[in-house]
Ligand binder design. Structure first.
Ligand SMILES: *Cc1c(COP(=O)(O)O)cnc(C)c1O
Length: 383
């Protein structure tokens, strides 16, 4: 075969295209930090927090070292631990349940809705009953806004309130999306997000943030972020972490936040083109009523009987990369398989793990390149 006749591979996420667009402003932002040398807690950190608060509508924003720390810090601040149950969907990135297990609490895995990929309210109710039967105290639920789309926050919030549980929203994939006209960051007690480079708002390294309207919680989180520091720097009043966001990442994120709205609009155009081009051959994602998505992933479901590995290989040959999020739900993974699951099992999570596949998605996916992806998908399905 003539290798050089093969088309240029399509990038799965084109961070380089964004870098070209932002090149000079990012370089200058980094240079400013190199100039003032306040690498920890420099002025950019507070600036970014204020801008994220304005963007999301949350009263308080506490940046931190990663999305995983964002989840963990809220659970620590609320004293979640041994004997507590925290309910979370099984079809998610492992950090959701990992943060729970790290506190000593028990993650109780709940099923998702096949159409939206997000936590299923009825399974959540069954999961709460399962936790109580096991002698655990249901303390919190962590809905995940998977692939960029908000969970059903009204339904989840109502169940949590009735049970005296708090809601910690895992918006690591969905910062910038909205539910019933309000941006994520405004739902539940607190919202966690991640600035991992591949997330919709990503830095050039690890980072995260917590959003809350609760001033007391924000203060506790600021203490946990620095080893549980009290008002006297050398009298630590609680356990904490080295949980800070680097000044350098804050400076970079300030520049990226300036174009984020525009990138969200571009991602939505890409999603619309996919839906038009593929809606009649595969199951394309459905955005729930009242929701907008930031399309962290464009995840399709293959028709019954379609061989997913063969499909991925057929696309690969055409220079089109794919990824599988997630080939195993959390309750199927080695580290988590001994934790409880909601009564009735998690059939939707298990089905999705077998038939989902994600296509290239980013704000810089131009129409001709996307046409190549669409053609490759259609060819692989009919072939
Ligand atoms: C990425 C991600 C996290 C963790 O974020 P990190 O910054 O990588 O620690 C948590 N939950 C979900 C759903 C994620 O996708």
């Amino acid at each position: 075969m003539n290798q050089h006749l093969r088309p240029e591979p399509v990038p799965f996420i084109d961070i380089a295209a964004q870098r070209r667009r932002l090149g000079k402003s990012i370089d200058e932002a980094v240079s400013r930090v190199l100039g003032h040398c306040q690498f920890i807690n420099g002025p950019e950190v507070a600036q970014l927090e204020a801008q994220l608060a304005a963007f999301s509508g949350a009263k308080h924003v506490v940046t931190c070292a990663s999305g995983t720390d964002a989840l963990l810090m809220v659970l620590m601040a609320k004293g979640v631990g041994h004997g507590d149950a925290v309910l979370c969907p099984s079809f998610t990135f492992c950090a959701t349940g990992e943060a729970v297990a790290l506190t000593g609490a028990t993650p109780v895995f709940v099923d998702v809705d096949e159409a939206t990929f997000n936590i299923d309210a009825n399974s959540l109710k069954r999961g709460i009953a399962s936790a109580i039967k096991l002698g655990l105290k249901p303390r919190a639920v962590i809905p995940v806004d998977l692939f960029g789309q908000p969970a059903d926050h009204d339904a989840i919030g109502a169940i949590a309130e009735a049970e005296g549980m708090f809601v910690l929203d895992d918006a690591a994939q969905a910062f910038g999306a909205s539910y019933k006209g309000r941006r994520l960051g405004a739902f539940g007690l607190a919202t966690a997000t991640s600035f991992f480079p591949a997330k919709p708002l990503g830095g050039f390294g690890d980072g995260g943030a917590i959003f809350t309207d609760d001033a007391q919680l924000a203060e506790t989180l600021r203490s946990i972020r620095v080893h549980g520091q009290g008002s006297d720097k050398y009298d630590n009043v609680r356990l904490g972490l080295t949980g800070r966001l680097d000044t350098m990442q804050a400076a970079i994120l300030i520049e990226k936040l300036k174009i984020f709205e525009d990138e969200i609009a571009a991602r939505n155009k890409v999603a619309e083109r996919y839906a038009r081009g593929l809606g009649n051959v595969v199951t394309v994602p459905r955005v729930g009523g009242g929701c907008t998505s930031v399309w962290a992933q464009y995840t399709i479901r293959l028709p019954k009987g379609c061989d997913r590995d063969g499909f991925a290989t057929a696309l690969q040959v055409q220079g089109v990369p794919t990824a599988i999020y997630y080939p195993k739900s959390m309750h199927q993974q080695t580290a988590y398989r001994d934790f409880p699951v909601a009564d009735g099992g998690l059939p939707a999570s298990e089905t999705l793990s077998c038939d989902v596949i994600s296509l290239p998605m980013h704000a810089y996916l131009d129409e001709p390149t996307q046409e190549r992806v669409i053609k490759a998908v259609r060819g692989a399905i009919s072939g």
